[in-house]
Design a binder for this molecule. Sequence first.
Ligand SMILES: C[S@@+](CC[C@H](N)C(=O)[O-])C[C@H]1O[C@@H](n2cnc3c(N)ncnc32)[C@H](O)[C@@H]1O
Length: 253
Amino acid sequence: MSNDRTQDFYDEFWPKNVPHYDETKKYMLDTITGRSYKQAMDGGCGHGICSVVLSELAEKVFAVDVSKNCVDTARRQAAEFKRTNIEFSVQDLQELDAPTGQFDLVWCWGVAMMAPDPIKVMNHLMRVTRPGGEVYLGLYLKTWLSPVHQGVRYFCRAFMNTTRRKKFVLDGFAKLTNVIVKLRGKEINVRADNVSIQAQVDDWYYPPYKTFYSIEEIIALFERNGFIAECIQDRLGRMKSATIFVVRGVKKP
Ligand SMILES: C[S@@+](CC[C@H](N)C(=O)[O-])C[C@H]1O[C@@H](n2cnc3c(N)ncnc32)[C@H](O)[C@@H]1O
C-alpha cells in the first residue's frame, strides 16, 4: 500500500521540530554498542539529526525517508554539521531499494510501525544487514492501552483535524500535562532533546498509520530471519514514559 499519507504528515512535521543534536547523540551513544562501522543506514531519517550522529560512527551513511521535506531538512542538518559522508534518498522502506547484506549498522527508530505494512519494512531492514551486522529497531509497545490510543487517534484524525481543532487538541494536552506536572510536583513526558509537548501529541495522535507490537513477536521475527535479538530498552529510552521499546538484532554470520 502506498505511504502518501505518512509522507504528507511528516512533510509538515519534522521541518518544524528538529531535535537537539547533543541529547540525540547522547541517547544514540548509550544505545549503539559499536563505535566504528563501515556502512550505516538511517531508515526513516526524519529531521536528519540521527543521520549526523551515525555519520560520526560510520564511514558512510545511507539516510532514507519517504518524505521529501524531511530529506531536505536532513540535508540541511548534514550541511550545518559539515558531514559529507551521508547519501540521502527519498523512498518508501516498504519497497527499499538497497543491496542485500550492505550495512553493518541499521538504525530505524520510531519508523516501521508508521508504514501501512510494517513487516515489509522490517523484512527489508533485515535483508540489507550484513552478516555480523546490527539492527536497532524502535517500535511502539502493545499494551492494554493500545486500543484506547488507536480510538483517540482515529477520532483526532477524523474529527479534530482542521487547523483550529488540531491546535485545540495539542494545546489542550500541553495544558493538561502542565496541570499534572504541578499536581505531581515532577516533570513528565519531557523529552531531553526538546521536542515540545504539542509536537509529541501531534506525532502521537495524528499519524495516518500506527501499529503496536509485543517485544516477543519482534524477537521471534528477528530469529526467523537469522538474527540473535534482545530487547535493550523497554520504554525508558529517549522519550521518558512513552511506549517505545528497542530491539537490537545481530545477524548470524
Ligand atoms: C517518528 S519519525 C522518526 C524520525 C527519526 N528516525 C527519529 O528517530 O527521530 C518517523 C519518520 O519515518 C518516516 N517514515 C514513515 N514511514 C516510512 C516509510 N515507509 N519509508 C520511509 N520513511 C518512513 C517519516 O517520514 C518520519 O520522518
